[in-house]
Design a protein around this ligand. Sequence first.
Ligand code: GLC
Ligand code: CA
Length: 594
Amino acid sequence: MPSNDSLARASGNVKWWKNANIFQIWPASYKDSNGDGIGDIQGIISTLDYIKALGVNTIWISPMYDSPQIDMGYDISDYESVYPPYGTLDDMDQLIKGCHDRGMKLLLDLVINHTSDQHKWFQESRSSKTNPKRDWYIWRPAKYDADGNRQPPNNWMSCFSECAWTWDEHTQEYYLHLFCVEQPDLNWTNEECRREIYRSAMEFWLEKGVDGFRVDTVNMYSKPMDFPDAPIVDPLSKYQPAGTLYCNGPEMHKYLREMAAILARYDAMTVGELPLTPNTKDVLDYVSLKDPQLSMVFQFDLVDIGRGPVDMMKLTGYKLSALKAIINKWQTFIEGNDGWTTVFSENHDQGRSVSRFASDAPEHATNSAKLLAMLNTTLTGTMFIYQGQEIGMTNVPKDWPIEEYLDVGSINYMKLIKEKLEATGASEEEKAKAVHEALLNINAVGRDNARTPVQWDSSPHAGFTTGKPWMRVNDNYKKINAAAQINDPDSVLSFWKRMIGLRTKHSSLFTFGSFHLLEPENEQTFSYVKKSAEGDEKALVVLNFTDQAQEFKLPTEDGANWSLLQGTQPVEDPTSAPLKAYEGRVFVNFGARD
Ligand code: GLC
Ligand code: CA
């Protein structure tokens, strides 16, 4: 049966953002234009042709607003100005125009669960209990324990491993911050506050011509305002993870409908960051076109695979069958309804996908990057690619000392591990072992991995800056860099270009097709069939996720006449040769009928 999308496409009426392939830029580490060691907007502008040549049609930039940079710009002190080291409002106008002139769209990051504590709204709010903006943030009186000691209003732990409440001496109350102490949460129940958020953070930029937003922590605006304690899952910690209490709260849909009404006036898209939402029905409630709220979301099951349920930095391992089940779930949840999905395996909060999901060993890194490129470009939904992913950048080396890690998430995590060790009276030997293990976890999934400077060429500091980079460059930049790949037809970069080109050309199959998982229990090879809505085009994708050769036979049962569209490695007879380590192939059958 033709899906809504195929019918919409036939009438030329498909939403533009379904066809978007989106390149994410993290400004601090992207490209420095003036030698101060920090990436900037002119640096981005200087590479727009490079991005365009990749074949993507949309760019998302992580926060470039004015900010004290406690959480790398996710702590915004003024939505209507630019962080001076990144540039000016004029630079942003140039960037918007530079994208539009090339037929590309531009998305900004919309961070409105919280502001910086340096935002003038919070400065006013904290100035007195009677200030008109007092209620724009979440203030609560202290509790006192049996011994009369002051305690926070509840036991919630912030997303950065600390108490989620901070005591304010001046007005003698606590304020809530689900992230850093310096990131106070806005009070969305206050209507005047919401209106000002929409005006300052959204309309200001929509009027300038931006085409939409990636929406930060989109399901946390509505909290249970009685602030119940979270269940104790980590008895060694004073504070407990409370995400299931503060995510997807009672008024979420109401707030998002208000936002959607504004966005609709500009035909702007949103992609919401949606942690801790495992049920397809709940996700559909956010993205169904019938009740417009978000265009699409980032669902986190894939990037959370193999991480501990309580300690998310702890690696528990996973099987390929589990990874397939997750992809199958989020590929097929839009079948038979009007929702939409996304494809992503990296962003600024994750380890590098080559290291996470395949192999960054020197002999496998290139093939692994191509294998994952093939996976990403053949899946259904709006596809996202993160800076450096297009050249196969990897995690930082395991021997980097903790001092090289600059992310507040990594630093606080190490602090918490040490505090817990103190509390349990561990021996020196036990402590050293636990600290070493924590460092390995930070190395595997820590956010710093994605935040090292982009490797442009083999000159000092990887051509990212002529000055001293604000963060250490990954040691492998002489081997992995854009300049070395750009004219090499066998490079990871050339492969991404080819695959994005094929995805765009055959969008009915790759972007819009239906997904059918084959051999769900196979722990070595990931295979699936994609079908166009009309049923006349099919693709078969086979991906060897191991470092060993795997037997391969083309399925013939359904009589399909497969021919190779693209492989990741040269093979003589792709229809029967075993798959080499980390090899992938896409076959197509055009003009098929079933
Ligand atoms: C999101 C961002 C992350 C940031 C946090 C707080 O998860 O992706 O980088 O630290 O929100 O704004
Ligand atoms: Ca700079």
